[in-house]
Design a protein around this ligand. Structure first.
Ligand code: GDP
Ligand code: MG
Length: 375
């Protein structure tokens, strides 16, 4: 990697410092061990000493800064318990949204929810002295796409199966997605209040798909619920917390935040509103963030349940809505907090430049003056 110091050059090539110094002296150059060698000098030296030179391209600021963050390992004493992030999966109309509504209604003194068009809903709710973070995706695409981007936000998948309908095509898809993500699966056998509910048949089908219920000696917790009556909803929350206890999800709240953008949109009045979830660290108002090819400084942070409640910071597993991005980041992009807004801008610009190039098929389109005149 060049430029490098004489010391580094010596270490990389195995040439003793003195002999390199001698060679350089012969070329009329007095250099100290900490002097910097440029590529040309290094090439000359290697030719002189009969060494093959391989110059490594200097790493981009994107690589150095973000890889550093990705490689950061929190020491055990910094790690504390964090709420589990739960994703609801299941066949359409089996009750994902209704169950989440019931949970929010049960656990949170909700003000006016909504306010913005929400495609992905994400809330953190209290259950006793614990918290659970819920993500309700409109379809499986969001779940798989996030995974494809390397953004694993889900700790636990709750598979919702309507007891009157049983395992359906999207249930099967959900099972394979959850298995691919290698996360524990809890089954909510929903719509138990419906007269046609046939839980045994549904359990039978689930077993055939490799999900053997605990009550049948398997290792999959199945909770019978009704989003209508509220039956089993409390048990579902308890089961989630039990699963979470077994897996001991942890994070370090005392570091700069990393996480994922769940969705974002341009709002006419307050700029970009982005829904983020914090994976690790604590996100604070005023933090500099880069997310995909966008960047900014967190201007304001809002609770996802009560959009009027402004927050100052968001600890691990917390979903929040934020303003401050220059453009809307893409859903599923990872975000990083950086120290310097200039670095964030550089990374964002480099990425948007790159994606523009990729859109052009990797070719730079050149139109000559002659082409122009020929039109
Ligand atoms: P999603 O597509 O999985 O989000 O399903 P929804 O939550 O939108 O529910 C689809 C329909 O089923 C709605 O009309 C709900 O009112 C109804 N529904 C959901 N859960 C229950 C339940 O436990 N019992 C009954 N009777 N209806 C339910
Ligand atoms: Mg829904």
């Amino acid at each position: 990697e060049l430029p490098c110091t004489l010391r580094e050059f010596s270490e990389a090539t195995g040439l003793p410092v003195q002999s390199v110094q001698r060679t350089l002296m012969g070329l009329g150059q007095m250099v100290t061990i900490n002097a910097t060698l440029d590529a040309e000098t290094a090439e000359l030296l290697c030719a002189e000493h009969g060494i093959d030179l391989k110059i490594k391209e200097p790493e981009s600021i994107e690589d150095t800064l973000l890889n550093q963050i990705d490689d950061m390992v929190d020491s055990d004493e910094d790690l504390v318990e964090r709420p589990p992030v739960v994703t609801f999966l299941g066949h359409v109309d089996h009750g994902k949204t209704s169950l989440l509504d019931k949970i929010i209604g049960l656990n949170v003194v909700s003000g006016e929810a909504g306010g913005i068009t929400q495609h992905i809903r994400a809330y953190i709710v209290d259950k006793g002295d614990k918290k659970i973070s819920f993500v309700d995706t409109p379809g499986h695409e969001a779940f798989t796409e996030m995974r494809a981007r390397g953004a694993n936000v889900t700790d636990i998948a709750v598979l919702i199966v309507a007891a009157d309908d049983g395992v359906m095509p999207q249930t099967e898809e959900a099972i394979s997605h959850a298995k691919a993500a290698n996360v524990p699966i809890i089954v909510a056998l929903n719509k138990m209040d419906v007269p046609g509910a046939n839980p045994d048949k549904a359990l039978q089908q689930l077993s055939q798909h490799g999900l053997l219920p605990a009550e049948w000696g398997g290792d999959v917790e199945v909770v019978k619920t009704s989003a209508m009556t509220g039956e089993g909803v409390d048990t579902l929350l308890e089961t989630i917390l039990l699963t979470s206890e077994i897996h001991e999800y942890k994070a370090n709240p005392n570091r700069q935040a990393v996480g994922v953008c769940l969705e974002a949109e341009q709002e006419s009045d307050r700029g970009v509103l982005a829904k983020l979830i914090v994976n690790n660290g604590t996100l604070k108002v005023g933090d500099v963030v880069v997310c995909g090819s966008t960047f900014g400084r967190i201007k304001a942070m809002y609770d996802t349940l009560n959009p009027r409640v402004r927050l100052e910071e968001a600890p691990p597993s917390t979903p929040i809505n934020v303003t401050g991005f220059d453009e809307a980041p893409a859903a599923g992009e990872r975000f990083y907090v950086l120290n310097d807004i200039a670095d964030a801008r550089e990374i964002a610009e480099m990425r948007s430049h790159r994606s523009r190039e990729q859109q052009l098929g990797g070719h730079t389109v050149k139109i000559s003056f002659e082409d122009f005149q020929a039109r």
